[in-house]
Design a protein around this ligand. Sequence first.
Ligand code: FES
Length: 75
Amino acid sequence: MGDMHPVVAFLEAGEHRICHCGESETFPVCDGEQDASACRKAAVITVDKDKYVPICQCGRSSSMPVCDGRHGYAE
Ligand code: FES
C-alpha cells in the first residue's frame, strides 16, 4: 500500500496525465520521460477549470486517480 495521503496538485483547465510510476520530474503529473510502459499507464483526467486536485497515493480511491478521502482505510 502506498502513502496514506493525497498529493495536491494545481492543475489548469484541460487534460492531464497522472504519473503511474512515481518517477516523473513533474509528479504527480506524468512528464512522459520515464519508462515508456509506465507512462502509457498514466491515467488521464480532465479538469473543468484551474483548481487544486488531490491525487490519490494510497491506491484505494473509488475515483482514481483523484483522492476520494478514504486514504487507505477499508470501508
Ligand atoms: S490518498 Fe486519499 S483515497 Fe487514496
